[in-house]
Design a protein around this ligand. Structure first.
Ligand code: NAD
Length: 503
């Protein structure tokens, strides 16, 4: 049996070869020949070099997807065949979970166990949508006039998918699997910092075999490649996961050609803890909610809303637990929290910590970078905050928790909803009626009672308010890639006689 170190070495050796894009069924370099180095955030070492595309590469990928869908017959592919391809992809990925997870850890700094979980989840997404591809998707209506009305679902066409760096392969599968199930052709762009697992996945796409141009991988930055996808007239639908500033640009860029757009954006999600909560579980989940994946989670519980009477005891336990979090390289067995994704992001999070201090919030623990190579930061908690502080209002997207207190249920709900975001939220209480009452009033799309972060591909994923438009996952996620057509068929072919006086 190979040990982990040997497996990592093998993966690193594979990554030495330059990684390319996959356009029109071929592995291709960027037209300009430009490349980009991939940095391991745990060591700051270069681990791979990838092709760096530009607008013309993106346009070429879109043209290929367009031809595949509109001219070469992919729009008329059979659901059964698409399902078979998704199951085949799931099986191939499942055989290589560890290899993909190691790449994810090397590229995104994830804790290896988390990366393994993510790849299994990606396998499940492929299977889920493989299953859904062949399920009923129409309706019939009983209407007057001797007409039969039916509704059929058809693929929306060419899909441009743009994904972020925090769950690189998972976010990509979340778009790719339902788009394939629906019968769309696709151009997908990973974040410029974390393309390695998706590039590897395209080896599986190549192995399973899709008609040329049906599934394309384009690499490059947002301002060139991403923007081209969002404005290209031959893209019918843009599906995006990422930050709000980019989301706004995407709405603007796609406005000219009225594309269908769905957006999964940021959050500043509240976790409300009542005084009757299971204390140990609540402390543990408060920590998990913010510090898992280094806080780089759109649905992170980044605002802890604590019942006033609990505050001192809860904070003492939470700080003690936080100090036990082991920060380090995601490949090490004992690591709980890895590095932040990049130097730039690390500095952005540090800047928020400085803002918090200047605003007068009190550091309960953490707040410092950890010396040495790698973008490591101590898990950080601010207390004594007020709702107007920037650290309370803005998404930090790092391991920084802000604590607020409340006296009444109404106050807890008001604090929870005092945000431009509405992605996620949670409540801990042993009073089940109160739990349901409160969670129903939290204006957010993904919620939890007496737990946090567990999510399932069967259920819709997305946000209220400025956290986005539309839903990924579940049947809702398939819907994004479908157009609905009503067909009204006369059962008695006869003139309409619409002209009153024909004689
Ligand atoms: P980002 O918006 O900077 O980048 C996301 C993707 O958009 C990248 O592939 C990037 O290259 C591309 N992009 C950048 N500018 C573009 C442009 N002008 N046109 C088209 N594409 C462009 O976000 P990020 O920093 O990679 O990810 C972090 C953000 O993503 C956080 O705000 C987080 O909350 C959000 N997120 C949301 C969800 C969700 O499901 N709601 C999930 C994960 C992350």
């Amino acid at each position: 049996m190979e040990n982990l170190q040997e497996k990592v070495k093998k993966v690193q050796a594979q990554l030495q070869e330059k990684q390319n894009m996959y356009i029109d069924g071929e592995w291709v370099d960027s037209a300009s020949g430009a490349t980009r180095e991939m940095i391991n955030p745990a060591t700051e070492e270069v681990i791979a070099t990838v092709a760096d595309g530009n607008e013309s590469d993106a346009a070429q990928a879109v043209e290929a997807a367009y031809r595949s869908f509109y001219q070469d017959g992919w729009s008329e592919s059979y659901a059964r065949d698409r399902a078979d391809k998704l199951f085949a992809l799931a099986n191939l990925l499942e055989e290589r979970v560890e290899e993909f997870a190691i790449i994810e850890t090397l590229n995104a700094g994830k804790v290896l166990d988390d990366a393994i979980y993510d790849i299994h989840d990606a396998v499940n997404q492929l299977r889920y949508y493989g299953g859904l591809a062949t399920k009923p998707n129409g309706q019939t209506f009983d209407v007057p006039d001797n007409v039969q009305t039916l509704v059929i679902a058809e693929p929306v066409g060419v899909v441009g998918a743009i994904v972020p760096w925090n769950y690189p392969l998972l976010m990509a599968m979340q778009k790719l699997a339902p788009a394939i199930a629906a019968g769309c052709s696709i151009v997908i762009k990973p974040a410029e910092t974390t393309p390695l697992t998706l590039i590897k996945f395209f080896e599986l796409i190549d192995e399973v075999g899709f008609p040329k141009g049906t599934v394309n991988l384009i690499l490059g930055d947002g301002a060139s490649v991403g923007a081209e996808i969002t404005r290209h007239p031959k893209v019918d639908k843009v599906t995006f996961t990422g930050g709000n500033a980019t989301g706004k640009k995407i709405i603007q860029a796609s406005a000219d050609t009225i594309k269908k757009v769905s957006l999964e954006l940021g959050g500043k999600s509240p976790l409300i803890i009542f005084d009757d909560a299971d204390f140990e579980a609540a402390v543990d989940h408060a920590s998990f909610a913010i510090f898992s994946n280094q806080g780089q989670v759109c649905s992170a519980g980044s605002r802890l809303i604590l019942h006033e009477s609990l505050h001192d005891r809860f904070m003492e336990a939470l700080v003690a637990l936080t100090k036990k979090i082991k920060v380090g390289n995601g490949l090490a067995k004992e690591t709980d929290m890895g590095p932040l994704i990049s130097k730039e992001h690390f500095e952005r999070v540090l800047n928020y910590i400085a803002i918090g201090k200047n605003e007068g919030a009190e550091l309960a623990c953490g707040g410092n970078p950890i010396d040495g190579k790698g973008h490591y930061l101590e898990p950080t908690i601010f207390t004594n905050t007020t709702p107007d502080m920037r650290i309370v209002k803005e998404e930090i997207f790092g391991p920084v928790l802000v604590v607020q207190t409340f006296k009444t249920e109404e106050e807890a709900i008001a604090l929870a909803n005092d945000s431009i975001y509405g992605l996620a939220g949670g409540v801990f209480t042993n009073d089940s009626a109160k739990a349901m009452r409160v969670i129903k009033k939290v204006r957010a799309g993904i919620t939890w009672i007496n737990t946090y972060h567990n999510t399932y591909n069967e259920a819709p994923w997305g946000g209220y308010k400025q956290s986005g438009i539309g839903r990924d996952l579940g049947t809702y996620g398939l819907d994004q890639y479908l157009e609905y057509k009503q067909i009204n068929m006369s059962l008695n072919v006869a003139p309409s006689n619409w002209i009153k006086n024909r004689d």
